[in-house]
Design a protein around this ligand. Sequence first.
Ligand code: MTE
Length: 318
Amino acid sequence: MPVYRPPSIRPSEITPEQVYLSRRQLLGGLAGIGLASAMPRASGQSMALVEPPLSFTRNARYSTPEKANSWSDITQYNNFYEFGTDKADPAQNAGDFRTRPWTVTVDGEAELRGQFDLDSFLKPHALEERIYRLRCVEAWSMVIPWVGIPLGEVLKRFKPTSRAKFVEFTTLLDPKQMPGQRYPVLDWPYAEGLRMDEAMHPLAILAVGLYGRVLPNQNGAPLRLVVPWKYGFKSIKSIVRIRFTEKQPKTSWQQSAPQEYGFFANVNPAVDHPRWSQKRERRIGQGSLWDRQPTLPFNGYADEVASLYRGLDLARWF
Ligand code: MTE
């Protein structure tokens, strides 16, 4: 049975990634029988406040063996323009963001539609951990142990009709809580979209946690998309609406600079961004500022996803 624990913050429950890593195997084994939350907890750690542990099973098939980035890399170096445009802004400004109560609206071309409280939205699904590479369009990357649920499983529940060709996702619009939305940096609210077959691909997930804990606000709490073969901007945060559409939805970055950001946004070292190369990337937290590693087609997930784009000119449909 999936266990999704609502927020209740206790500083004694903070787990740094080292403690998490040594426990990960064990937690994976215990998940599902509700014992994970009974594990001993690290105490006295002076880290940012995080939530109690989640129960999950580890999905090894869809996890990279690469070393995960540290908790602090993942939670202090963020893009979340609703909380500011500097990498340090989201961690600094998202602390008071309220993620409960939280409603997800599902509408458009589906037999079942409606507004769902987040916990009931998530309830039928068992949580999985998946360690994915995230490649940002800005030519840096990280390895992140997400906890989430396969997006396709969620979408199926709402019985999309034959007219549903795309799925649109929208972030909360709340300039009172999200100071970045008081400035016209993007046409708010942040919006993203996937073609239906991309959304149904088993690699696409909705994440609710990382490092075995509820998502910190700066990483897109309480619910965000993760599409590991696409540039990070597709992985929209703090989702309040999922809409099935017949037409390709408008997406924030494509609207803002169509010559730079396409709808597909598949990681592609062969197609440069107009202002910089996409051939290489800096793995955050590794080596010096100047070290780069080659970027892989579809961010290393080509075996799984390249067939989705057979016959498509990826330089045109970037
Ligand atoms: N979602 C919203 N709502 N607002 C944003 O600014 N930034 C995107 C994506 N999702 C963004 C967003 C970009 S550019 C990246 S690289 C990833 O979130 C970063 O996710 P992370 O901060 O968890 O690493």
